[in-house]
Ligand binder design. Sequence first.
Ligand code: UDP
Ligand code: MG
Length: 321
Amino acid sequence: MKVISLVIPLYNESQAFPLLRQRLAEFSGRLEGQYRIEIILVDDGSRDGTWDQIMEFARADPRVKGVGLSRNFGHQNALFCGYEFAAGDAVVSLDGDLQDPPEIALEMLARFERGADVVFGVRRQRAGESVMKRLTAHAFYRILGWLGDTRAPLDSGDFRLLSRRALDALLRMREKHKYLRGLVGWIGYRTDQVEYDRPARAAGETKFSWLKMIRFATDGIVNFSRFPLRLSFLLCLAAMVPFLGYLIYAFVAAVYLHQPLVRGWSSLLLCVVIFGSLNLIALGIMGEYLGRVFENVKQRPDYLVMNVTSPDVMPPARQRP
Ligand code: UDP
Ligand code: MG
């Protein structure tokens, strides 16, 4: 019987947990006899009792495997941890707030049975999210699609199914600050997609502050596009053209027409300010890329595990030496 792993990262989700637990139990019940299910719950350093709830769920249901991280490592790292612990022939990742309805995973499984390696969940509509979030998300995916080499469908999040070989490919990517949606698009293999309307959060609040969201968007752009680097070059080039013209004019005026431009104070200031700012911006953009090189050279682990719900909860590679 094929094994299906559900991977769910959780950060302070104690309010949504009872609902999640109920829906997961229902969902696994529906697949009983057809597949063997494992539910991997990754606690990303919660401080609101989420871990105790995971322990209790794991005690009551042998299909549940809980992994507790040593602190909050962020959604992408927690998800990656879940992926590393998953032993399934297919792995479905979803959010713990029920914004990715488990029932849609049934359709993903049907596509998997028809031979798909990667099934993206594509959001058609988003309920219960602020206009600002919807607008920025909409714009961001389009800008990234235009700039970057991601190949993931527009508006696809981290709700997806991966076959074993697609997951193994993903696990080989050791880069830091992972932008998983982009990496999954990079894999290739046979891809498919399921569209769904994203419901509002079941309970609790979003765990993504604006700052986290901006960082995440920067990861997406910087990891998948060199356009910002090229842009700083193009901008400097574009700014140089008028000032070069001005230089030639000043030269001709002074040498041939004997009219030295003593009135050039404002233009001089303009020139200094524009080139000074462009220099700093270009340095900042370079720093963003250089910082990532630094992070990658250090090769720190993506996360540290502090607790597991039972001693046999470990990544499958170590189970099969
Ligand atoms: N999450 C996490 N670590 C974090 C932030 C979020 O594991 O640092 C989890 C969170 O518990 C949820 C999922 O990632 O299961 C998506 O987060 P959230 O629903 O807050 O994001 P949104 O849907 O608002 O973009
Ligand atoms: Mg959510």
